[in-house]
Design a protein around this ligand. Structure first.
Ligand code: SAM
Length: 221
């Protein structure tokens, strides 16, 4: 399992979350068969909750893959919510486009093709703003993405980073695999940055592969 929560705990929590039907189920099966990493069931459930609380009108996602989380977030959002999602892998882009089209969501989910960092920079120039930013691409680069994401975030917006505990390696040296050490070191830096900066409040939740939820503090807080 994930090496983040006890297996029995994860199984119990997952058993309490209703299974998806329709296209989401199909995409979950495709992801499993083709080893495409998509968000864990409990993270999907958490995004549903956050969307219900934040009621975002605009969502930015880093890392589209086959479009699963973008389609899920759209399904959980209010009708007029627009989602922009960034992906650089051509094969993934093609599959995601087909899936988004199949759901009739071409107008609501836009894929920006290219590297997250380049695209985030160009979005900043356009002064675009998002109520929710979901980081799920380039685990070793959250540090670099974060300042740009902050500039793209509305005053009360929320940034959710997935995989921040990275199979437990971020929290324990005993679990670190040598070839993943760079990602682990960078992710630790990211967590230090969002945890120590007084301008933000962050909660790290041992769910899925670990998620970090960050929000800007208001002046008086
Ligand atoms: N959010 C998706 C879901 O749950 O359905 C899964 C995203 S998958 C974990 C990460 C994706 O990010 C991969 O498809 C990968 O090609 C893409 N990616 C990784 N680094 C990237 C980068 N620097 N710029 C753009 N895409 C990137």
């Amino acid at each position: 399992m994930s090496k983040i929560a006890y297996d029995y705990m994860e199984s119990y929590i997952r058993s309490k979350i209703a299974d998806h039907g329709g296209i989401l189920k199909e995409l979950e099966e495709y992801a499993k068969e083709n080893s495409v990493p998509i968000i864990h069931k409990e993270v999907a459930n958490f995004l549903d909750l956050m969307i219900n609380i934040i009621k975002p009108k605009k969502i930015l996602e880093l890392g589209t893959a086959i479009g699963y989380s973008a389609i899920l977030m759209h399904e959980k959002s209010q009708e007029n919510t627009k989602i922009t999602t960034i992906e650089r892998d051509e094969k993934m882009i093609k599959i995601a486009k087909t899936n988004i089209e199949k759901c009739g969501l071409n107008k609501d989910i836009q894929i920006l093709e290219g590297d997250c960092l380049d695209i985030l920079k160009s979005m900043e120039v356009e002064n675009l703003k998002y109520d929710l930013i979901f980081m799920d691409a380039g685990k070793g680069h959250y540090n670099e993405f974060f300042p740009h994401c902050l500039n793209l975030l509305t005053e009360d917006g929320v940034i959710i980073g997935d995989n921040v505990l990275f199979r437990g390696m971020v929290a324990s040296n005993d679990l670190v695999i040598r070839r993943k050490i760079t990602i682990v070191k960078r992710m630790r830096k990211y967590i230090d940055m969002i945890s120590n900066e007084k301008k933000f409040t962050t909660s790290i939740i041992p769910m899925g592969d670990g998620i970090a939820v960050t929000k800007r503090r208001r002046e008086h807080e």
